[in-house]
Design a binder for this molecule. Structure first.
Ligand code: ATP
Ligand code: MG
Length: 287
């Protein structure tokens, strides 16, 4: 049996196993095959552990939160999923729009770039890492459309204006560079740039980190709306359990590079089983 066939078999088996526990609002795994299947993935930076033996599945339309303290391996895992780092062990299978199953570690660079351009988004913690700071706000959005093959200037401009409105950036800022935007505006622009090309899967690393509370609340609201409207699948890294509760259907809790607990968000947060999750939850309550 090839690795792809094994993943295929695994996907259908887990779909059936999981179908009994789907709450309202979460996708029905029987209706669609798994989007992302992660099996026993590890990464080391030389001798230092990044993350170890990570396994989970992600369904279309589902938001999976990855929570855990600083240094627990969240960003490492996110980078592995998007093929930005190679895995030291394990496999990651992604099913594309055409239903083709790709193993992320054995992608050619051309296919990885195509997936990044047309199927995935990556929202960086620091918007400067995900934007071109010397290109206008509209250009940042348009560039992504052009990378997907759009050529008509009028259409690109219209789409840019539409997305600026969706992320509540005034139309008259379209020609300004993001350098002149506030931190919250830059983060919203980064989200618009990522979503304009209708990705199926978006990786987000602390998308609301570093923003003040009122800006954060508005951005969370926007993300919730977009996830629903666009049926996005999201892998959301956050150390903020309130953000995780608001956005994520399911959570995995990481500590020292490993998953210590996983489950439906409300279950994990309201009735944490592992001592470390209990500590995380109680430290938030006390804070
Ligand atoms: N480039 C690197 N070189 C060496 N070690 C690294 C590198 N990046 C991360 N690590 C180590 O890998 C482990 C996991 O780091 P990672 O950045 O994934 O954690 P994190 O959960 O994202 O933390 P944070 O919440 O602070 O962003 C840490 O021990 C970290 O020191
Ligand atoms: Mg990180």
């Amino acid at each position: 049996m090839t690795a792809a066939q094994a993943a295929e078999r695994l996907c259908s088996a887990t779909c059936v196993a999981r179908s009994a526990s789907i709450p309202d609002g979460t996708p029905d795994p029987d209706a669609e095959p798994i989007l992302l299947s992660v099996r026993g993935v590890s990464h080391y930076y030389g001798a230092r552990l990044g993350c170890r033996d990570i396994s989970f599945e992600l369904w279309p339309g589902e938001v999976l939160g990855i929570v855990g303290e600083s240094g627990s391996g969240k960003s490492t895992l996110l980078n592995l999923l998007a093929g930005r780092f190679p895995s030291s062990a394990g496999s990651i299978h992604y099913r594309d729009r055409e239903g083709v199953l790709h193993e992320i570690n054995s992608l050619t660079e051309a296919v990885r770039r195509r997936l990044l351009r047309t199927e995935w988004g990556f929202v960086h913690q620091n918007p400067r890492d995900g934007l071109r700071m010397r290109v206008s706000g509209g250009g940042n959005i348009g560039e992504r459309l052009m990378a997907c093959g759009s050529r008509h200037y009028g259409n690109i401009r219209r789409a840019a204006l539409d997305w600026l409105a969706r992320v509540e950036i005034a139309a008259d800022r379209i020609d300004d560079r993001p350098l002149s935007y506030s931190g919250g505006m830059q983060q919203r622009l980064q989200i618009a740039r990522n979503l304009v090309s209708s990705p199926r899967l978006v990786f987000m690393d602390e998308p609301t980190g570093g923003l003040d509370v009122s800006v954060q609340a508005k951005l969370l609201d926007l993300l919730r709306q977009l996830v629903r409207q666009l049926r996005l699948s999201v892998v959301l890294v956050t150390h903020d359990l309130a953000v995780a509760r608001l956005l994520a259907h399911r959570l995995i809790v990481m500590r020292r590079g490993e998953i210590v607990e996983s489950g439906l968000s409300d279950q994990v947060l309201d009735d944490p089983q592992h001592a470390y999750t209990q500590l995380l939850v109680s430290s938030i309550l006390q804070g």
